[in-house]
Ligand binder design. Structure first.
Ligand code: FAD
Length: 512
């Protein structure tokens, strides 16, 4: 009847508005009919911005930049490049938040993924609300925004949300949720990947699984991710957000490890996020700590030189509002933080997830965001963390006193990672990530890099088998050591999916 039709039409409009679709048509319809390959742009300003990244340390000038409007554009461009007599290297550029030129292509072609953002509806929630199909070019902040409108959310995040889905899935995508939900690469049902030959392949654990696992943590070597199907869960409304301070590393790490041991995905009593960081004599603290408490914290830091800050979050909503405090007390019982040094906030879920954005805006206003970032990110086996604390935090870091930026330290559970994926992690059940997320001036970033070298040298001398996260290696030996037992398979899959070694040359794995 006409009224039935009107209801259907209204429902479809509503579903489109809030991002729910009957299928992932919007993705597949883009893939019909192979056109002629699109022409990349030689516009000097496009080339200039594709020559740098967030790190502002490396500069590699491409010959041109492709602005695709659909995955089909990318597939036909790669196919025609592959078949040309002198093919160019090709780098997908997500939001270019790499540190060392990983998304660049010297004399090659940079594919500016975010130009597909102009194509609407590339974040589509499934009718059963269990997942979203998301364009590889989409920023996680936009994913959050769209899914929250339907009361849903992905479960595994990065600290900062202005990164693309394809960019973080090519690394791992880690944060305080990783201990319980796994990294972002453990939270993907299916992907569309365009290989180095220009084939668009839909892959999942059950279909084309070779490519699926290769691309997750694959550093862009096997193909360009144009769609990822990401699981969703009901979003919480608010979070309890707590930091506890320790003067003693052993007590700090023991408590972190205790808190991540309760990590069943569907255990409503487990924490949702566990991280940690070092507080050093920086003269000021970030805005988390109440202004009236800051003087006592600064005194505490000067007394010990280093203070360890354990950070946790517990989600809650209308149903759990009444019990969240009690559950938290239960979880925090017996922890050995310094008495009187627990600080708590109660904020909206989105405010917590998007927390780094407010820091970014402050730094931008002071001209301190677009500066060199000589970062070093490591994965360290738990059994060597005490040695790392003594040799690196208490020696190298304290002596050099380079304190412009956060220094993160938190543990994760290996069993939340899938060994079939390309990502390489330490061979221990619990391992830590340490991130030296420092910002420098344009004329002194080498001083910071010297500290990075000293850290790596210390680990080598002490026999601590660290893996770099967001790795920056330049020799085949280093890459082979990094991937360890996965190196042979990594090379074979490169032959299979990118036989001319064209993709993601900025990682310097196969193109030095
Ligand atoms: P890009 O830098 O553009 O690309 C990274 C690599 O992936 C390149 O090799 C590129 O060629 C390839 N690539 C890009 N898009 C695709 C695609 N669609 N398909 C295949 N390959 C592709 N990481 C974490 O895990 N956790 C964090 O908490 C975290 N916080 C960060 C905070 C800041 C302020 C910054 C700058 C970075 C942070 N990172 C974090 C690191 C970040 O995840 C990586 O740098 C990531 O690569 C950035 O995404 P991007 O979209 O900018 O990728």
């Amino acid at each position: 009847s006409p009224s039935y039709l009107i209801v259907i039409m209204l429902l479809s409009c509503l579903m489109a508005r809030i991002g729910i679709s009957k299928s992932h048509d919007v993705f597949s319809s883009n893939l019909q009919a192979l056109d002629t390959a699109p022409e990349p742009s030689h516009d000097p300003s496009a080339i200039a911005s594709a020559s740098q990244d967030f790190g502002l340390i490396v500069k590699s000038v491409p010959q041109a930049v492709l602005f695709p409007s659909s995955p089909q554009d990318i597939a036909s461009f790669i196919q025609s490049n592959y078949n040309s007599p002198a093919p160019s290297t090709i780098a997908a550029r997500g939001n270019s938040h790499s540190i060392r030129g990983q998304a660049m292509a010297r004399n090659g072609i940079v594919v500016n993924m975010t130009s597909m953002n102009e194509n609407p509806n590339r974040i589509v929630i499934s009718p059963d609300r269990k997942y979203a199909d998301i364009g590889g070019e989409q920023l996680w902040i936009d994913v959050l925004d769209v899914t929250l409108r339907s009361g849903l959310s992905p479960v595994s995040w990065t600290d900062y949300l202005y990164l693309t889905v394809g960019g973080t899935l090519s690394n791992s995508g880690i944060s305080g949720q990783t201990f319980r939900y796994g990294p972002q690469i453990s939270n993907v049902f299916e992907m569309d990947v365009i290989t180095g030959k220009g084939d668009l392949v839909t892959c999942s654990p059950n279909s084309n699984s070779d490519l699926f696992y290769a691309a997750l943590g694959g550093l862009g070597q096997f193909g360009i991710i144009t769609r990822a199907r990401i699981p969703l869960e009901p979003a919480p409304k608010r979070v309890k957000w707590i930091r506890m301070l320790y003067s003693n590393f052993t007590a700090f790490s023991k408590d972190q490890e205790l808190l991540i041991s309760k990590n069943e995905r569907d255990d409503n009593n487990a924490l949702n996020y566990v991280e940690g960081s070092l507080l050093l004599n920086q003269g000021s603290l970030d805005g988390f700590f109440p202004p009236q408490d800051q003087p006592k914290i600064i005194t505490f830091i000067s007394e010990f030189g280093i203070i360890y800050s354990l950070e946790i979050v517990k989600h809650y909503d209308d149903q759990t509002n009444a019990t969240v405090e009690k559950d938290l007390q239960q979880l925090l019982k017996g922890l050995s933080y310094f008495p009187g040094f627990l600080f708590e906030k109660d904020v909206e879920y989105i405010e917590f997830l998007n927390r780094v954005r407010s820091e970014e805006l402050v730094l931008r206003s002071k001209g301190l965001w677009e500066v060199p970032h000589p970062w070093l990110n490591l994965f360290i086996p738990k059994s060597r963390m005490a040695d790392f604390n003594d040799g690196v935090f208490k020696d190298i870091v304290l002596q050099r006193n380079l304190t412009t930026g956060p220094l993160l330290v938190y543990p994760m559970n290996r069993n939340k990672w899938d060994d079939r994926m390309s990502a390489s992690i330490p061979d221990e059940e619990i391992f830590y990530t340490v991130g030296f997320l420092l910002a420098s001036g344009f004329d002194n970033w080498q001083t910071y890099d010297d500290q990075n070298m000293a850290v790596l040298q210390f680990c080598q001398n002490a026999g601590i088998e660290v893996k770099q996260y967001l790795p920056d290696y330049t020799t085949k030996d280093d890459w082979s050591r990094h991937f360890g037992p996965k190196w042979n398979a990594f090379q074979q899959k490169k032959q299979q999916f990118d036989p001319k070694f064209l993709l993601s040359p900025g990682q310097s794995i196969f193109n030095s």
